[in-house]
Every structure is written in C-alpha cells, then in structure tokens.
Design a protein around this ligand. Structure first.
Ligand SMILES: C[S@@+](CC[C@H](N)C(=O)[O-])C[C@H]1O[C@@H](n2cnc3c(N)ncnc32)[C@H](O)[C@@H]1O
Length: 280
C-alpha cells in the first residue's frame, strides 16, 4: 500500500499526533514534540508500543503456540481430526464455509474506502479476497506476530497493492476517528481481553453509517461448548472471559451507537452485522 496514503489515517498511539512515513528509517514516525517511530519489519508495521504483561500476554502465548498450519487446520476443519474437534467443540462444521464468504458479503454494501480486518489471524479466511476488492484499502491487523507472518505469505502470493499488515492492539488502535467505511471482526471478540475497550475503538474508528460485522462464540447456546470453550480453552488463553451472550453483545453495540443489528446463529457461532448511526 502507498505509505503516504496510509499515513493520512494514522495517529501516534503514544502521543496522538499525526504521522508520516520515513523511507530512510523504514518506519512510520510521528510529528509530536518527542519523535516516536514504528518500524516496518518484514512488511508488517509494528504499532505495539509495550508488550502487555497481563491477560493479553496469555492470549498472545496461546496463539503463538498454534500460529500457522495448526491453527488453520482446526479453523477450517481441513482434516478428519480437525472436523472431529469442531464437531465436539461446536457440535457442527456448518459455519465454516460462511467464514470464507464473509469479507465479500460484508463489503458488498459498504462505501469504498479504508476497511479494517481485525483480527486477521493467519488470513486464512480473508487474505484471498483483498485483491478482488480494488475499491477498498485493507488494513489487516492482529496482535500476534506469528499469525501475521502467515497472513503475509498469503498476501505476498497475491497482489500487495491494497493491503497493509499491521501489528496492533485492538484496545488502542493507531488510527484517527472515522477513518473506516467498514470493520470486520471475525472470531476475535471472544479472544480479546477488555472487549468493551475494543468495541469503543470500533465505534470511534467507523465513519457515520459505517458497517461493523463479524462472528464470534456466544455463550449460553450449547452446554458442551460453554464447558469446553468457555472453561477449558479459556484457561489456556484462546478465549477470554467474560464471554458475551447474544443479548449482552447486542446491548454493548447499542450502548455505543450501533443500530440495524442483524444476528444469525449456528449453534454457538454468532454472525452479526450492524451500522454506526449517522449521528450519535
Ligand atoms: C481465533 S483467531 C481469529 C483470526 C481470524 N480472524 C480467523 O478467523 O481465522 C483470534 C485472533 O485474535 C488475535 N488477538 C487477540 N487479542 C488481540 C488484541 N488485543 N488485538 C488484536 N488482535 C488480538 C489473536 O492474535 C488471534 O490471531
């Protein structure tokens, strides 16, 4: 992606001043009184200022352990054993094909412009779609470096022109208010610590009328899932409590000025779409 173009929507996560790209430093640097620099390491811009030693560290370790093929096999049900894991965990694999189609269906009625895919993970569901959507500039963000490196392999195999890979914390995103026409958050809400802060950020970053859509594990729909995902997997860090029920999630969206909320559930996997109201 064009560095000057993306610099226009960036704000320094440390001092909130605007930013520019420095080709000599191979970094985005801020225009504040004290210069803060965010290096581009192997085509991934790193905006995480200080590693979070708290709950985020546990989540990060959990995804580092499975980043790559192990994650993708389970997430896509690619092998017989992965399908069995999905059956036990979710009671079905019917939701998996929908994940592959999601980015395309979300952008369908979205204004052209910047679009945030967070968390992109390994890009297994979305990376193949970016180059087919020339009306959008995609920012694909995640906290975990290993997951992002897998996404980079897929993006390199396509056209890098309209995608920027960013390492960032969903609780404090380095973009100016109202930068995005749409945000996709696929299978992230159940992983993020401090979900309220993340939803505040999504609301801040969307343009009035912008679209927020995604999927996540919703508590309270299937006993076995609540036991395995909500208790066992959460103790390892792949899910982070408190986990929303559908009703709690809708309330959180409404509190932040989202309307036109549509949900659809396949067992415990909740798909949703919403709009930021034009004026809050
Ligand atoms: C279940 S994966 C989903 C990835 C991808 N959307 C998919 O469906 O395959 C959850 C992702 O959330 C990321 N994550 C967790 N906490 C985060 C945070 N605070 N900010 C950004 N990403 C985070 C993890 O690194 C992990 O890649």
């Amino acid at each position: 992606m064009n560095h000057d173009r993306i610099a226009r929507i960036l704000k320094c996560p440390l001092c909130s001043s605007d930013m520019r790209y420095s080709p000599r430093a191979l970094a985005y640097v801020c225009n504040g009184k004290v210069l803060h620099a965010f290096p581009v390491k192997g085509e991934i811009v790193d905006f995480v200022c200080a590693e979070d030693g708290g709950r985020q560290a546990k989540v990060n370790r959990a995804f580092s352990r499975i980043a790559g093929r192990r994650y993708e096999e389970i997430a896509t049900g690619a092998t017989r054993s992965a399908r069995l894991v999905n059956k036990v965990l979710w009671g079905t694999t019917r939701f998996i094909p929908l994940l592959f189609e999601m980015l395309e269906s979300v952008t369908e009625d979205c204004e052209p412009g910047f679009f945030l895919d967070i968390p992109v993970g390994t890009g297994v569901f979305t990376a193949g779609e970016y180059s087919r959507q020339p009306n959008f500039d995609f920012i694909a963000a995640d906290y975990n470096r290993g997951m992002l490196e897998c996404a980079l392999e897929k993006i390199r195999a396509q056209d890098f022109g309209n995608v920027m890979l960013v390492r960032a914390d969903a609780r404090k995103l380095p973009f100016i208010d109202g930068s995005f026409s749409g945000i996709l958050t696929m299978n992230g809400i159940c992983a993020f610590p401090e979900k309220g802060r993340v939803l505040d950020e999504f609301s801040r970053l969307l343009k009035p009328g912008g679209k927020l859509a995604g999927s996540f594990y919703a508590r309270g729909e299937r006993f076995a899932t609540d036991l395995i995902a909500g208790k066992l997997a959460a103790s390892f860090g792949w899910f982070t409590r408190p986990l929303f029920t559908e009703k709690e999630f809708i309330e959180e969206l409404e509190k932040r000025g989202f309307n036109r909320i549509i949900t659809r559930k396949i067992n415990s996997i909740l798909f949703f779409s919403s709009r930021k109201v034009a004026r809050v």
